[in-house]
Design a protein around this ligand. Structure first.
Ligand SMILES: Nc1ncnc2c1ncn2[C@@H]1O[C@H](COP(=O)(O)OP(=O)(O)OP(=O)(O)O)[C@@H](O)[C@H]1O
Ligand SMILES: Nc1ncnc2c1ncn2[C@@H]1O[C@H](COP(=O)(O)OP(=O)(O)OP(=O)(O)O)[C@@H](O)[C@H]1O
Ligand SMILES: [Mg+2]
Ligand SMILES: [Mg+2]
Lengths: 254, 254
């Protein structure tokens, strides 16, 4: 019951953090016990959930180095039913480190977390270093946020190669849960053209729900709140709720 | 005469590639001999200048591993006066590698390139791995593109820490040439608030020129052309030309 999901794409600024925070919030609102694990040295997911800079240790760095019991890294958040394992910039040294040190501890931590939480979401940094590869190695599924522009679309090939590499290596059961179109501005031809190309190529692997561009999303992190709380009526919030509903009806998320 | 400039910010999707390609194009149009070095395994700068996927070796990877004379990695582009050293996804293994291998070869390559080109621009990936640290170690100055939103603004602290670390370490002369506000949508309060905060904090270090959001920028890479050629009259193209003029009147760029 429940699922471990990596939100990943090496292209920067495509909406990984926004998707991880919004989905985890929507799952919590639907009664699941969600845990968001911030694997990005930028700590954007931690900021988006209002966790102060001074309250982020022990966090993911200590978890990956096996220096802290997993339970000690968990913070409650302002969202009922959503907890967080925070990140600090110290995590950057892990991204360039040796994978065998980190993967063992991460696997053990995921097993421990699944006792207390139904769904785990990893917010990955914009690279395929050890942090993203570690998350893919322990995940059940991957969601790929995709901004509807040309350069992000071109990057999809590298994402798919990395998923195949992970399946051939440490995690043969890793599934592509879906490609999520984000920051969609349906007034532009570019967004419509990219959307048509992506749906033609990935077919049923592209979620029906797409997330519209909405400035309220970009404002929410300054208030330390997920956009679903900051402005529940914004089109993007509504879309993330619809996405959660689309996922929760999937067999894989039962 | 001339300058070696790194375009860097670990936050993803803030306009690093767009700035590197547009500035290098504007410098070439002003009569300089520019060389763009694509340090990103995504190869977005190579795509934006129309260099085919099959024509990217030898490129930056071979350069950093010292397996190719620097001159053999240079490609001409459709822009008169602008050359490129292309990137492939193989570069990703360097980002996690050992810095002492790459920094030596990169320094020698920069010395060689400066004989034939006046200005070198490094397009950096969204991380502070060896690729970005290597570019910072050999650069004269850094330009930090900044999207006018909250999470990118918060990331500025980490960028400044990395510049200070580089100055205390391998490159004591590294200068902050400036912070560039990108994708500015002056209709939103958020962009105005972030701009006010950044200008208050960084004062004269923020360029007067700012780059407006313009869909033509996002379309240009699909044509394999810099936006300055794709649509010279777009507000963003005009802004990048103004930025080049602002830089070229600086003593440091003489
Ligand atoms: N639907 C949306 N509408 C408007 N702005 C959005 C939307 N989704 C994300 N944003 C904004 O775009 C920027 C990039 O989004 P986000 O930080 O979530 O991307 P990311 O992929 O996590 O970036 P990184 O690669 O740096 O980790 C942020 O400032 C965010 O607030
Ligand atoms: N002024 C602008 N107006 C509209 N779109 C823009 C503008 N500048 C950049 N873009 C688009 O925004 C997206 C991100 O820009 P770009 O790829 O240059 O950022 P980046 O910082 O290099 O990203 P990464 O972190 O992945 O390397 C691209 O699709 C680009 O075409
Ligand atoms: Mg993020
Ligand atoms: Mg880029």
């Amino acid at each position: 019951h429940g699922r471990v999901v990596a939100i990943a794409n090496q292209k920067g600024g495509v909406g990984k953090t926004t998707t991880a925070v919004s989905l985890a919030t929507a799952f919590a609102a639907a009664g699941r016990k969600a845990l968001l694990i911030d694997m990005d040295p930028q700590g954007n997911a931690s900021t988006s959930l209002g966790v102060a800079l001074g309250d982020r240790r022990p966090g993911v760095t200590e978890l990956l180095e096996g220096r802290t019991p997993p339970a000690a890294t968990i913070r409650t958040t302002l969202v009922e039913g959503l907890d967080l394992v925070p990140a600090t910039s110290a995590l950057a040294r892990i991204d360039e480190g040796r994978p065998q040190v980190d993967a063992r501890h991460l696997g053990a931590a995921v097993t421990a977390f699944r006792i207390t939480h139904t769904d785990l979401f990893f917010d990955c940094p914009p690279s395929f270093g050890w942090l993203t590869l570690g998350a893919l190695a322990v995940a059940d599924g991957v969601i790929i946020p995709l901004q509807c522009e040309f350069l992000p679309m071109e990057g999809l090939t590298q994402v798919m190669e990395t998923i195949e590499m992970t399946r051939a290596g440490p995690n043969r059961n890793l599934a592509l849960d879906g490609v999520l179109l984000t920051m969609v501005d349906s007034r532009t031809n570019l967004a419509r053209d990219v959307e048509r190309d992506v749906r033609e190529h990935f077919r049923s692997k592209v979620f029906k729900t797409e997330i519209p561009r909405s400035v309220r999303v970009a404002e929410a992190p300054s208030a330390g709140e997920p956009v679903l709380l900051y402005d529940r009526n914004s089109p993007a919030s509504q879309a993330y709720v619809a996405l959660a509903r689309e996922l929760l009806t999937h067999e894989a998320y039962r």
